[in-house]
Write a protein that binds this ligand. Structure first.
Ligand SMILES: [Zn+2]
Length: 310
C-alpha cells in the first residue's frame, strides 16, 4: 500500500519518464573515466539547476551536489556515480579512452534525477519532513591506479570519489545516504537497481625488484622478477582454501608489467593486488597473507618487494 504522497511522487516520475530515459541514454552514449567525468558532471549540474537546486560543482574534481535546504530534520543524500569503467570490447565503449557504462552508472544517474524531479515539486516537499541532497560522485570504480596516484600531486588523497568526499567533508551534513547500483543478483527481471550488502576492500601496488641479466649468455646472474611474481600469485591461489565462506573473501591481481624485452631476465614487475572481504579484520588478515606470499617469494629468489597502499 502506498499513501497519497508516495503516489504523487511516482506519478511525477512517470510523467517525466521520457526525459529521464533520454538523460540516461545520453550519459551511456558519452562514457567518461573516473575523475574525468566533465561532460557528465556538467550535464548533471545544469539539470539540477534547472529544477531549482542550489548546485555545488568540482567536489573531488568532478563531483556535483544539488541542495534545497528548507527546514530541520534529517538530511538524506541520494547518491549516483558519474564514471564509466574500462571495457574496450563493449559496443558502446569510447574509442579514445576504452571506457563504457558496463557497470550501469547511467541507470543510477536516471534514478537520481528521477528522484530530484519529484523532490523539486513544492507540493511533494510540503508533505515531507527533512532535507534531500543529490550527489553525483566521481570515480566509483577503483581502477587506473597509475593515473589516480598521480592525482595526489593535485591534493586528491584517495583514489576513489566517495572516500575523497568523506575526507573533504562533503558528507558532513548527511544523516542518511541512499544509493543504488545495477546488480547481477538472480531476479526474474533482466536487472534491478538495489542495495545488497557490499564488501569493503583494500589494495596495493607491488613493485618486484629483481636483477637484469642477458637471457641467453648470463641468466644465472639474474634475479627474475616475473618468476617472483608468478610464484607469489601461485601461493595466493593455494591460500584460498583457508578463506571461510562467511568472510566473502575475494582476492585479485593484475600484472601491469613483468619485464621489458624477451632477451633479458625481467628485473622489474608491477602488480596491483586487491582484497575484498566482509570485515575489516578479515581484509587485514588476508592482506597480511598476500604480503607474506610476496615477501616469501622474493626471499626465495633473492629479489626485493616495494609496496604502496592505493
Ligand atoms: Zn559501479
Amino acid at each position: 500500500m502506498i499513501d497519497e504522497t508516495e503516489k504523487r511522487i511516482l506519478d511525477r516520475i512517470d510523467a517525466n519518464r521520457e526525459q529521464i530515459i533520454a538523460f540516461a541514454e545520453d550519459i551511456a552514449a558519452h562514457p567518461e573515466p573516473g575523475f574525468e567525468e566533465v561532460r557528465t558532471a556538467g550535464k548533471t549540474a545544469e539539470f539540477l539547476k534547472s529544477l531549482g537546486y542550489e548546485v555545488k560543482e568540482h567536489l573531488a574534481i568532478t563531483g556535483v551536489k544539488g541542495e534545497m535546504k528548507r527546514n530541520g530534520g534529517p538530511t538524506l543524500t541520494v547518491i549516483s556515480e558519474l564514471d564509466a569503467i574500462g571495457c574496450h570490447s563493449h559496443p558502446m565503449a569510447d574509442r579514445r579512452t576504452g571506457v563504457a557504462h558496463a557497470c550501469g552508472h547511467h541507470a543510477q544517474m536516471a534514478a537520481m534525477i528521477g528522484c530530484a524531479i519529484a523532490m523539486a515539486d513544492p507540493e511533494i516537499r510540503d508533505e515531507l519532513d527533512g532535507n534531500v541532497n543529490f550527489l553525483a560522485v566521481p570515480a566509483e570504480e577503483y581502477i587506473d591506479a597509475d593515473k589516480r596516484t598521480r592525482l595526489k600531486e593535485k591534493g586528491i588523497e584517495f583514489c576513489c570519489g566517495k572516500s575523497e568526499m568523506i575526507r573533504t567533508g562533503v558528507f558532513d551534513d548527511t544523516d542518511i545516504a541512499l544509493t543504488t547500483h545495477v546488480h547481477m543478483v538472480p531476479v526474474e527481471e533482466d536487472f534491478y537497481l538495489g542495495n545488497p550488502p557490499c564488501n569493503g576492500y583494500t589494495a596495493e601496488r607491488v613493485t618486484v625488484r629483481g636483477k637484469a641479466a642477458h637471457g641467453a649468455i648470463d641468466p644465472w646472474n639474474g634475479v627474475n622478477a616475473l618468476s617472483i611474481t608468478t610464484s607469489a600469485v601461485q601461493m595466493m591461489g593455494l591460500m584460498r582454501e583457508t578463506f571461510r565462506e562467511e568472510d566473502h573473501v575475494r582476492l585479485h591481481n593484475v600484472i601491469r608489467k613483468a619485464g621489458d624485452v624477451i632477451n633479458s631476465v625481467p628485473d622489474e614487475a608491477v602488480i596491483e593486488t586487491k582484497v575484498r572481504a566482509a570485515s575489516l579484520e578479515r581484509i587485514e588478515q588476508v592482506m597480511e597473507m598476500v604480503n607474506r606470499a610476496y615477501d616469501g617469494s622474493a626471499y626465495a629468489f633473492g629479489g626485493k618487494i616495494e609496496r604502496e597502499v592505493l
